[in-house]
Design a protein around this ligand. Structure first.
Ligand code: ZN
Length: 453
């Protein structure tokens, strides 16, 4: 099975990939399953294993058997030594230049990674979550209205496929017409949902973040919660919040009981907007943060991610066997899914516009990571960060604010083409809500120095 996924999508089965596997659900897995995978397993796995199993093995008695084995081993070592040392210069530079090569050793690398994953994940005893920012307080200003912020966490969109970033196709026709701020040079913390989502909400930056630290430390939602002045709601149409929303109100929108816009096998992102107005009204003027975790461009079945009306680019790849489609068909399906996100984000903005007279409103969109679409034979995402192509790490990020919020934050001086990253989200959210706490670092808040006092 490992060899199937490595050969089909050019992925690597490291500890992060095993974490992705452990955190996935039936629907995500079904998106990957194919007849080819079953045949691959039967013909390259099961049948050869059966043939080997059927070979009669006749052992000698202990001593002659031991001697014979020793002879074999020594002979093999000798052959290997001759082979390696006669080309030593070549091998040593090759291995030095191609360190990731060891990631592709099958099955040793994934076996090693399982050990690594277990060591990193299983702790003896219950997980103790270290509180942070318990001193958090909203610095109130009697003259400003309440804040209503919707943070959309995107899924597997890459910056270079957004027309806003210069992509040759019009993939963001509706956003283009809105007064948005487009951050063109933003980079993810990880290359998979399981890393990026907890990391972007984490107090730790990319270089200090780890799975353990993430799960054992409160995140920015908890800090905002400590103020007792901000209502927080997380709606999820992805797999789940990856531990981020464990201590705030969480609603599963992959369930058709909650999400009113579902087809047989897919619930739509826009379903998360239904009923939000009732929620907002119920908060009676409190500051509000709503996080919407999208299904977005979750692969490989991009063609399932949008209603037919958004199939503007054709023909599309209608299989999860991406390597069987042309590059154009894959891009078409992928770009149609972006068109649907474009629509979803503008619907979100339109919802916020209803509150312009009563609230300071903002929509922030940030993808969790990017996606490879077959460049150099690489598909999907999840490669170790240092060797991942920028397609997997350069993410789109967009902001929309109403006039009173814009005015307070003086956004015209905001540097949207500067290199930002998911590290900035923690502090920028605190800045946006005017929260004072020891864990806030103004240097990482993109709104810093922009607030009119
Ligand atoms: Zn993701």
């Amino acid at each position: 099975m490992t060899s199937y996924f490595m050969n089909t999508y050019n992925v690597i089965i490291d500890d992060t990939m095993i974490r992705n596997m452990m955190q996935t659900d039936m629907k995500e897995s079904m998106d990957l399953l194919s007849i080819k995978q079953v045949l691959y397993f039967v013909f390259f796995g099961l049948i050869p294993a059966y043939v080997v199993y059927r070979v009669p093995v006749r052992y000698r008695t202990f001593k002659p058997e031991l001697m014979a084995k020793l002879k074999q081993v020594l002979l093999l070592l000798l052959v290997m030594a001759i082979a390696v040392f006669s080309f030593y210069k070549y091998y040593s530079s090759f291995v030095r230049e191609h360190k990731p090569l060891r990631f592709t050793a099958n099955p040793s690398y994934w076996l090693y990674s399982v050990g690594y994953y277990i060591n990193d994940t299983l702790t003896s005893g219950p997980i103790v979550v270290k509180p942070i920012g318990e001193d958090a307080k909203v610095k109130k200003d009697a003259n400003t209205p309440s804040k209503l912020v919707i943070l959309v966490v995107g899924e597997a969109t890459r910056a270079d496929h957004f027309a806003l970033n210069g992509y040759h196709r019009e993939t963001t026709p509706q956003l283009k017409k809105e007064e948005i701020l487009n951050f063109s040079d933003v980079h993810s913390c990880g290359t998979s949902t399981a890393v990026s989502v907890p990391c972007m909400f984490s107090y730790y930056d990319k270089s200090h973040y780890s799975y353990k630290k993430g799960i054992q430390t409160e995140n920015v939602l908890d800090v905002l919660n400590h103020t007792d002045d901000i209502s927080i709601l997380w709606r999820d149409n992805n797999s789940n919040s990856k531990g981020v929303a464990l201590r705030v109100t969480y609603q599963d929108y992959k369930k058709s009981e909650n999400n009113p816009i579902c087809t047989e096998d897919e619930c739509r992102d826009e379903g998360m907007l239904v009923g939000l107005e009732e929620y907002i009204t119920a908060q009676k003027g409190k500051d509000i943060l709503i996080v919407l975790h999208q299904m977005g461009n979750h692969g490989p079945a991009y063609y399932k991610r949008y209603p037919k009306a958004f199939e503007k680019f054709t023909p599309v790849c209608e299989t999860n066997q991406l390597e069987e489609c042309t590059k154009e068909e894959i891009n078409n399906a992928y770009d149609n899914a972006i068109l649907y996100t474009d629509d979803f984000l503008v619907k979100t903005i339109n919802l916020l516009k209803k509150y312009e007279s009563t609230h300071q409103t903002a929509m922030i969109y940030m993808s969790d990571h990017g996606e490879s679409l077959g460049e150099k034979g690489i598909y999907l995402h999840g490669l170790p960060y240092f060797m991942a192509p920028s397609a997997q790490t350069h993410i789109p990020a967009i902001m929309w604010l109403n006039d009173s919020f814009k005015d307070r934050l003086n956004v015209s001086t905001l540097n949207t083409s500067k290199r930002w990253s998911q590290d900035n989200l923690f502090h920028s959210l605190l800045g946006l809500f005017n929260v004072e706490t020891k864990v806030y670092d103004a240097k990482l808040d993109i709104f810093r120095n922009k607030i009119k006092e």
